[in-house]
Design a binder for this molecule. Structure first.
Ligand code: C2O
Ligand code: CU
Ligand code: CU
Length: 477
């Protein structure tokens, strides 16, 4: 409540959440939103697009005028946006200039396990890692972040995260001018000391850190000038634990056009979108000239979504450039059909440091999946809030305790919220890159849980070879 008062939303006619305190700081929301720069690739001789990332330390002002140490890619905080198209051959050069080993995982990318950047692809200080692959997946808003086992929460909290946009050119009517009407929003919460430095223990308590300072693209209390009638926001929950319920201060409705792993078949009109850590939503919002409205998150009555917070002030210019109408149909990937004899795997989440009673072990293969399979994964949560992310795949939510997911969340995804004491069933489509000795991960994306062992490993193998695969592999160190 104290922060809501500080961040000031006196004018909001709140969406069912009672009266708002008067603004204590009329000058709040006066720092312009930073839009992460697009990372310019260099073409290699053979046409491969080559992107260079350096993990480094730097100083940034999380609170204005109070520079503190943060970590970032190619800069002091967060990272540039990578944008590539389906069919592109890409090569990444990731250099680690931190004082400790880390990795970079391409969350949402469909690629061979050796290129995935999980805890088996460690980059030592001073070292470089150069994964390469051909982008072959539908248009989507993915992202990248470190994944060193036991250290992910801290590395992400310090600021290592960036967006990775995949274009597939099929829905040209959607706004797509980067930074103008196609704008990424990385949502993160922090606990900040008086001097502006991030504090708090990301590995303590049940969920790790839930901060009371909201940052968008690394900026606290930002404003953005809107210049087009419709803006597409690619929203990433890049927080360690917090779940957001996103609304506009005036309760306006907007359209969801995409989930984690692709567009929806048609825009879905909503007044609220919920995102747990690691999830993304693409939304399109309409604006009138000269108006102001806040993007905010409202409490949801769970442990990881406490508090109402204003996130971003949107200020529409007096003249807006006209935008095309929202298309009635979108270029969605084909629905994932459950095969008649679909295999079912069951995962039980209880406590916060194990799946099916087993703590993550880098040398143990938990699941062996035949290439190209479509399976049902059933996630049973016997305790408090968790979520579930699977590397490499796209899935759709079949049901949550027997109920279909909300229409806006029925598209292709790679991360899903698993409510307390409930069961989520997914239909999961696996890719075709086989490698019996290099695993992909599945885990809770509440980073404190992931780091303490709520993670497992699967390999994708030639169909028919499952029983011959070794369940023990070499570990990175
Ligand atoms: Cu976003 Cu396994 O990670
Ligand atoms: Cu991932
Ligand atoms: Cu969890």
């Amino acid at each position: 409540l104290a922060i809501a008062a500080l961040s000031g939303l006196a004018s909001a006619s709140a969406c069912g959440s009672g009266e708002r305190p008067a603004t204590a700081d009329p000058a709040a929301f006066r720092t312009e939103l930073r839009v992460p720069p697009l990372l310019e690739p260099k073409p290699d001789r053979d046409g491969t697009r080559h992107f260079a990332l350096t993990m480094q330390r730097g100083r940034s002002e999380l609170l204005p005028g109070r520079p503190v140490e943060t970590w970032g890619f190619n800069g002091p905080h967060l990272g540039p946006t990578i944008r590539a198209a389906r069919g592109d051959r890409v090569r990444m050069t990731v250099t680690n200039r931190l004082a400790e080993a880390s990795t970079v995982h391409w969350h949402g990318m469909r690629l061979p396990a050796k290129m995935d950047g999980g805890p088996h692809q460690m980059i030592e200080p001073g070292g470089t890692w150069s994964p390469h692959w051909t982008i072959d997946q539908p248009a989507a808003t993915s992202w990248y972040h470190p994944h060193p086992h036991g250290r992910t929460a801290m590395h992400v909290y310090r600021g290592l995260a960036g967006m990775f946009i995949v274009d597939d050119g099929d829905t040209p009517e959607l706004p797509s001018t980067y930074g103008v009407d196609d704008v990424p929003l990385v949502l993160q919460d922090k606990e900040l000391a008086e001097d502006g430095s991030p504090t708090g223990d990301v590995l303590s308590g049940t969920f790790g850190l839930l901060g009371d300072r909201m940052l968008v693209n690394g900026v606290h209390a930002p404003f953005m000038t809107v210049r087009a009638e419709r803006v597409r926001f690619r929203i990433l929950n890049g927080s360690n634990a917090r779940r957001y319920h996103l609304v506009f201060g005036d309760g306006r409705r907007f359209h969801v056009v995409g989930n984690d792993a692709g567009l929806l078949p048609a825009p879905v009109e909503v007044e609220q979108v919920s995102l747990s850590p690691g999830e993304r939503a693409e939304v399109v919002v309409a604006f009138a000239p000269g108006e102001q409205v806040f993007l905010r998150t409202v409490a949801g009555g769970d442990d990881i979504d406490e508090g109402d917070f204003d996130l971003l002030k949107l200020v529409a210019a007096q003249r807006l450039t006209s935008s095309p109408r929202l298309p009635a149909r979108l270029a969605a990937p084909a629905p994932i059909v459950v095969p008649a004899n679909a295999g079912v795997r069951r995962f039980r989440l209880n406590g916060h440091d194990a799946i099916n009673g087993k703590e993550m072990d880098l040398s143990r293969i938990d699941e062996v999946v035949p290439a190209g399979a479509t399976e049902i994964w059933e996630i049973e949560n016997t305790v408090y809030a968790h979520n579930f992310h699977i590397h490499e795949v796209a899935f759709q939510v079949l049901d949550v305790d027997g109920d279909k997911p909300a229409a806006y969340a029925s598209g292709h995804k790679d991360t899903v919220y698993v409510p307390p004491k409930s069961t989520v069933r997914l239909v999961v489509k696996f890719g075709g890159f086989t490698d019996p000795v290099t695993p992909y991960m599945y885990h809770c994306h509440i980073l404190r849980h992931e780091d303490s062992g709520m993670m497992g490993q699967f390999v994708i193998v030639e169909p028919g070879t499952e029983s011959r695969v070794s369940r023990t592999i070499a570990t990175p160190h």
